[in-house]
Design a protein. Structure first.
Length: 289
């Protein structure tokens, strides 16, 4: 079963092209810092504005650089079932270990439609992590539907990003240990562990991979005082890196740390003004700049 902290990787850009050198460096740094897995080309990886070729190339680079040290869970979700299957087959061809499947956005299928969508993608054969983030998709994958989907052998996890601990408990109560329930909300990851979550898919671990890994390790070993201390240490970052749409703040932070260029793909643009200074202060308080 999947357990631990999986980083939702940013996609570094330079002159509007994927910065492959910086991406390879990020992958190696993440693994050396103790991260348990990598999730390229999710929303944090700017999948909505990458071309199909760029999307699969990013997965390929991450797989190559990871060198089987940690699993690579490629974002291949879509609001088109056919496109999700095509992306999944391509990710499988370049060596991805599993895929992250977001709920179909904008067209808002029924719960039965969601089941049929994910079941069709499962036919591609790769293990899959379901991704529920209704605040961005307008589509909510309900606990009973997750329980139904957890019977499919390809479904190995759920990224639950509502930040609602009652919802997390409802899912865990229904699926037990059949699949890994992972937090998709950094600010509530530690309390999510306390109700039975098996880890998280994190944005802020792009910036603080070792601390996020240590917080999970502490919780998993029952060292709740240490986990809580790390939670509050990182809490300003969990808030600050979401003051504008993800991944604007996290890429800004990484650029301030000298790890990537300060570049996004439109319609996202580099942060400026008071928000930029707020991010800089949070990083300075943590000794990161």
């Amino acid at each position: 079963m999947l357990k631990g902290v999986f980083t939702a990787l940013v996609t570094p850009l330079r002159n509007d092209r994927v910065d492959e050198e910086s991406l390879r460096r990020l992958v190696d740094e993440q693994i050396r810092a103790g991260i348990d897995g990598l999730v390229p080309v999710g929303t944090t990886g700017e999948s909505p504005t990458l071309s199909y070729q760029e999307h699969i190339r990013v997965v390929q680079i991450v797989v190559e650089e990871a060198k089987k040290r940690v699993p690579v869970i490629a974002g291949t979700g879509s609001n088109s079932t056919r496109e999700a299957i095509e992306l999944t087959n391509s990710a499988k061809a370049v060596g991805a270990d599993a895929t992250l499947q977001v709920t179909p956005y904008y067209n808002k299928p029924t719960q039965d439609g969601l089941y049929r969508h994910f079941a069709a993608i499962a036919s591609a054969g790769l293990p899959m992590v379901l991704y529920n983030v209704p605040g961005r998709t307008g589509c909510d994958l309900l606990p009973d539907t997750i329980a139904r989907l957890s019977e499919l052998p390809q479904v190995v996890g759920v990224k639950e990003a509502t930040g609602n601990l009652q919802r997390a408990a409802q899912i865990i109560a229904r699926v037990g240990s059949r699949v890994a329930i992972l937090s998709g909300d950094d600010a509530t990851a530690m309390p999510f562990y306390a109700v039975g979550g098996q880890g998280c898919i994190s944005v802020i671990s792009n910036v603080v991979p070792a601390d996020m890994a240590a917080m999970w390790d502490a919780a998993a070993s029952g060292e709740w005082a240490k986990a809580r201390e790390l939670h509050y240490k990182l809490f300003p970052l969990s808030e600050g890196l979401f003051i504008e749409a993800n991944p604007i703040p996290v890429k800004t932070a990484l650029a301030m740390m000298g790890k990537i260029g300060d570049e996004l793909r439109p319609p996202l643009y580099a942060m400026s003004g008071a928000n930029r200074e707020r991010v800089r202060k949070i990083l300075a308080d943590l000794g990161l700049v």
